[in-house]
Design a protein around this ligand. Structure first.
Ligand code: NAI
Length: 410
């Protein structure tokens, strides 16, 4: 009787849109999820509505919009995976109200960004990018003047988070001195040295690389005064967010040679199509490397995103774990072994736990473990119980006023 309650993995329909990396399909299939459909493109809004009707798990990238309306047509979905960094394309609060956790992979491309920063540092110090352009154009600027090794130079890392700290490790491997500035005290890796102020970092660095999030404090953080506070002949690298640097001030400092070069991957206003030109005062300035917001875009990062998000979806589907959900109470749950696990998602109102407990107590069920977490309007409670769950118990749990969803795992 109990076994019929469990939703078998082979009956769980997984819909993946927008050519998500095959690593995700493989991850699901290797764990017994046989109904995985992978669309190579973004479905149109009407197509999406049809597709999501029967899906239990939906995976998207940045071009598929799951707004309140689309979610209203997706009665079966119990988890959403954004196989990318951001989750703006999903109405995550509306999903939470429907008891649907949303997962993403915010740091899967950390290493890719860090590697490019090191590559850009070398290209800038060697003046290699400008020289390459000259050779393409037909000249042969063979000279050591102005070309330097990165070894022994000081790199100043602004924002010592996931990416900044990786840059730190790689830069030290090349024999660079590392200083960093962060508003939160951070454990320095290797011989990296924290500095107390941004201005101290700017005065000490041959290369300044930015790895901060976009906040009120970081918007226009590198304004004209800060750019002028950098050493004469230094380099600036921005792979963080476009608004962190004032592009006009940077262009002016490059034109009058206060800075010897820059590498910029992110811009306040980025083109919306591959054909559209970038509108930036930095275009055309020598020794400025411009890349189209690709610092984190590598095949390895895509593959990692595939397994990371699929892993979070499977952890939720198989054992109720919501680690890494962006919109949901987070519970870290180990596999439950030979017991039943009850998942109850409800409105975060007083008395809920007591009502759920009374239903379980009335069944005479022995509770082995209980976990509760709440976030905003949603509460999530998980019980491991002795193997005695029944369809009747599930029905009674679902009947509790304020219940959003309930599931029993075996
Ligand atoms: P993270 O959140 O791990 O680290 C950010 C660090 O900046 C934290 O340590 C934080 O304390 C620090 N911070 C915040 N405000 C600060 C301030 N005012 N001054 C100094 N430090 C401050 O973020 P992560 O993953 O390292 O990403 C960094 C940036 O890189 C983000 O802006 C992200 O959007 C961007 N990014 C860009 C990519 C690209 O393709 N160009 C790819 C991935 C991330």
């Amino acid at each position: 009787m109990a076994a019929t309650l469990s939703f078998p993995r082979e009956k769980i329909r997984v819909l993946l849109c927008e050519g998500i990396h095959p690593s995700a399909v493989a991850y699901f299939e290797e764990r017994g999820y046989t109904q995985v459909e992978s669309l190579p493109r973004a479905p149109s809004p009407s197509e999406l509505r049809d597709l999501v009707k029967d899906a239990h798990i939906v995976g998207i990238r940045s071009r598929t919009v799951l707004d309140r309306d689309a979610l209203a047509h997706a009665g079966r979905i119990f988890a959403i995976g954004c196989f990318c960094i951001g989750t703006d394309q999903v109405d995550v609060e509306s999903a939470a109200e429907r008891g649907i956790p949303v997962f993403n992979a915010p740091h899967a491309n950390t290493r890719s960004v860090a590697e490019l920063v090191i590559g850009l540092s070398i290209m800038l110090e060697r003046d290699a990018f400008r020289k390459s352009g000259l050779v393409h154009a037909g000249s042969w600027p063979k000279s050591a003047a102005g070309a330097r090794e990165v070894r022994g130079k000081t790199i100043g890392i602004v924002g010592y988070g996931h990416i900044g700290s990786q840059v730190s490790v790689l830069a030290e491997g090349l024999g660079m001195r590392v200083v960093f500035y962060d508003i939160v005290p951070k454990l320095p890796l290797g011989n990296a040295a924290p500095v107390a102020t941004l201005d101290e970092l700017l005065a000490a660095s041959d290369i300044v690389t930015l790895h901060v999030p976009q906040t009120a404090a970081t918007t226009n953080m590198m304004d004209a005064a800060r750019i002028r506070a950098m050493r004469r002949g230094a380099f600036l690298i921005n792979t963080s967010r476009g608004v962190v640097v004032d592009p006009e001030a940077l262009a002016a400092a490059l034109r009058d040679r206060h800075l010897a070069g820059a590498a910029v991957d992110v811009f306040p206003k980025e083109p919306l199509s591959p054909e559209a030109p970038l509108d930036s005062p930095l275009r055309g300035i020598p020794n400025v490397i411009l890349t189209p917001h690709v610092a984190g875009s590598t095949e390895e990062a895509q593959e990692k995103i595939g397994t990371e998000v699929a892993g979070k979806l499977v952890a939720y589907s198989d054992r109720g774990s919501t680690v890494g959900a962006v919109n949901f109470p987070e519970l870290t749950l180990a596999p439950h072994g030979p017991v039943n696990r009850v998942l109850h998602i409800h409105e975060n109102v007083p008395g809920m736990l007591q009502r759920i407990n009374s239903v379980i107590a009335a069944e005479g069920i022995n509770v082995l473990a209980q976990h509760l977490e709440t976030r905003k309007t949603v509460g999530y409670v998980v019980f491991d119980i002795e193997r005695s769950a029944s369809t009747a118990l599930l029905g009674r749990l679902k009947a509790i006023p304020g219940t959003i969803r309930a599931r029993i795992l075996y």
